[in-house]
Design a protein around this ligand. Sequence first.
Ligand SMILES: C[S@@+](CC[C@H](N)C(=O)[O-])C[C@H]1O[C@@H](n2cnc3c(N)ncnc32)[C@H](O)[C@@H]1O
Length: 518
Amino acid sequence: MLISVTGFFRNAEAFDILKRKVFARLVQQRSDDPIRVWVLGCSTGQEAYSMAMVFAEASDKAQRPRKLQVFATDLNDALLDKARQGLYARNLTQEVTPERLRRFFVEEEGGYRVSKSLREMVVFARQNLINDPPFSRMDLISCRNLMIYLEPSLQRKAIPAFHYALKPDGFLFLGASESVGGFGDLFEPFDKSHRIYSRKAAPPRLFQLPIKGNPDRPAAVPPTRKPHASVSEAGHKTPEMFHAEVSPEREADRVAVSRFAPSGALISADLQVLQFRGATAAYLQHPTGKASLDILKMAREGLMLPLRATINKAKKEDRIARREGVRLRQGTRTRMTNIEVIPLRNLKEPCFLVVFEETGTRKLPVKVSELTDTRGETAGPAKEAARRIAELESELKETREYLQSVHERQEAANEELQASNEEVQSANEELQSVNEELETSKEELESANEELTTINEEMSSRNLELSRLNSDLVNIQTSARLAIVLLGRDLTIRRFSTQAEKQFNLLAADVGRASSHG
Ligand SMILES: C[S@@+](CC[C@H](N)C(=O)[O-])C[C@H]1O[C@@H](n2cnc3c(N)ncnc32)[C@H](O)[C@@H]1O
């Protein structure tokens, strides 16, 4: 829907009632939470800023003024961009009183911009009433002149969603030609003529969120359910999104998985991390330099080689690959880790789940060199030294394998380069021979051109000669005063003198006619 007509204080009387009856009540409430207002279909922002203005005016007399947070949403990004700028043409004076203009706007070259304090009260975000889940815990929802453009079936689904999204004593503000329809059990008129409704404590009713969600899997929720804690409570400006209700078992699974499942990452076949799972900081870190999600580049010291080998094994054998007892250095300790790489099946693109299992931490063992005395005999626990040697050998083996694979890749790249080089060379040869052919044709053309020039010159001189002969002939005919008629072999008239013209009544049109013709 592309209709975006809007304005400040659209229906000024309704905004006045809103200020005197709704905001006056909300600002008096004793609460440290901000007043939360959701403006749906906010278009270029005038309605949201009007809300902020009436709130500010209603707060003037309040002893402990509350804060306001307006979530203004629309599905049209271009409109939202304009709204965010908050710059309006000068003709806004038709909708905004001089007093409000002075208090809430700053004059600029292109018009009037909303003041910083007003702008800070409003958060603009993209949200589609039909496809996206609604926000929640609102004190006031303003959905004006949007529902009239929706199909009646969607309108009927929107009202219960608003009921869900409001706090128990919240208000709903609709456009002049909109109403709550048959949902008298959810809302009651607060000011009927100005389409302000107050939320009723309704019996639980199942409805679908988002209102036009997947019909096969409707997220049916009772509206009386307590919404999730809001992210914005923590100070973020993002309004919290509604999470579809899940069964207690699924919620328990989710919590258990997030608390006790091993850390890891979901990666694509080309080793790019698609998702981090759990706390991965002990295993993965962001490399310095160009940003990269390549899991090998992110791997912490000591992890890269075994991780790479395990991923390669899982890829090659297309089954779970496991590597145990990988040591990761962390200060003076080592973290013992198992790595498991699980190929995920039945996906469009092949993906792998990399799981890290911590099996404990140990103090770093003393170096092998420190384990021998001056005579070269083993001074420390020989077992530890042997274990360390085995470990180093295994690391060395992996490094060799890694180097070998780097070498092979380089060889392959070299071969590819060589092949491309040969292709370029042969293309070059072809171009050169085509060029030579072109050169030859050019020379041929040039000589043909010269011949043509000579012929042309000859023709010009003959032409000149003929013109002269012709003019001589005409002169002789005229000066001789003889009646001369020149005939061709077929006895057709070719030319005649002026005397002959008069004598035989000839006309210019007779040239080419038979001389016997009357
Ligand atoms: C006629 S304007 C109304 C503007 C404002 N509410 C007012 O009354 O002045 C309708 C707005 O709703 C937006 N809109 C239309 N369908 C929407 C949807 N499904 N979800 C969110 N916004 C929508 C349009 O982009 C447009 O900006």
